[in-house]
Design a protein around this ligand. Sequence first.
Ligand code: 4AD
Ligand code: MG
Length: 484
Amino acid sequence: MVDKLKRTKIKQILSQGKSGEKLCAKGWVRTKRESKNVAFVALNDGSTIKNLQLVLDVPNVDESLLRKITTGASISAIGKLAESQGSGQSVELLVESIEVLGEANPDEYPLQPKRHSLEFLREIAHLRPRTNTFGALFRIQHEMAYAIHTFFHNKGFYHIHTPILTASDAEGAGETFKVTTLDLNDVPKTPEGEIDYKQDFFEKETNLTVSGQLEGELAALAVSEIYTFGPTFRAENSNTTRHLAEFWMMEPEMAFYDLEDNMDLAEEMLRYVVKHALEHCEDDLEFLNKRLLDEEKQKPQNQRSELSLLERLQFVAENEFERVSYTEAIEILKRSKPNQKKKFQFLIEEWGADLQSEHERFLVEKHFKKPVILYNYPKDIKAFYMRQNDDDKTVAAMDVLFPGIGEIVGGSQREERQGKLEQRMDEMNIPREELNWYLDTRRFGTVPHSGFGLGFERMIQFVSGMGNIRDVIPFPRTPGNCEF
Ligand code: 4AD
Ligand code: MG
């Protein structure tokens, strides 16, 4: 009978493999070094950032087969494990038989065993998962999602799916992508000359959701504590390193929570998730830490960050966040050096100003040197559903600001008082009829409640230290870019 060994994943081989054991490994070739008698092949299958070293006895391998073992080719190899002679690995596989599953012509395969720029890799986003950096990111984002689910499961929250197709714009920013089956070349019109959505699929105007919050509130006002974790879509034309048109948001919603409970939960969750990464993504974080240190070396001394990636993560996991009211933050910013010396692009002149990312990052990175939770924002720069404070000027909003990222979480206590909510909707020209279902929760058995949204990719950005959000989602969607 021919050898029909089941494949063993490389992660398992490297952590548990015993010398003398016969096994089968499969994966993609990272590098090959060859001399007259022996060839070393570094094989990676994505189960770990580490490669398995295959040792080939060159005189015993068919020459044409050997030539097909090139960077990017996929192979299946059977052999016996042996303690490694070389440094860098504990065991290596002494190959007895090897098969090339898929060739990768070296003249055409765009990934070479060297460091490619992230810009170049963005252009070949369909192949970049095969690099060390993107392999690490895949494993980290999986662990992060798992940690978030575990955190909420352990607290007794229920995970619910909120709709992706909706007729509402929860944030009221008007940045929605329209959803329609109407023929755009021949749009039906009403006698008044407006688009006749009655003839559209849902018989009304619809869009992709910008947030699952409003539906999440309906569920929380029945079963107390829920979270939704899904894709959200925003047609904002922001070409920044922190904005995507399609991103994933994790949104918990809790009955009987006030703003302080909400801040406590957000902080506990963020620190839990960062700690989880430190404990479960060691190899990948070590690689990214080194990657970042190398990158920093290219920068002038005064632009380098004070802490390494690993130190930053440790710091967040171990230290309490600073909590500051918007009003205090404005005072700090007004008096700050970059404001006095007119270094900010947007100068802070008076209370009520919307904070830009330069201000958020000043507070976090220069002033407090730790994550900051800002709360009680002016009502005019926040959404209609936030609870109005007694001062008539502010709402019970909170944003969590992280070093290198700026806003990572946005949330609030919700306006649970029907009259106050309706009054605010009227002021902001949000038609009550459209949100009748939402208002019903305030009509019937309303309770104080709160929630927040965590931008998943911004979280991955923080944990991985990647500078551009386009590099932490496998297939980024940004203005002018919707490949694959
Ligand atoms: O602050 P935002 O807009 O809050 C909401 O949507 C609320 N409905 C959440 C809630 O209370 N349930 O967005 C929440 C988070 C931001 O803090 C940010 O991390 C992320 O979502 N985010 C984006 N991430 C990537 N690209 C974008 N265009 C983003 N817009 C927001
Ligand atoms: Mg926000």
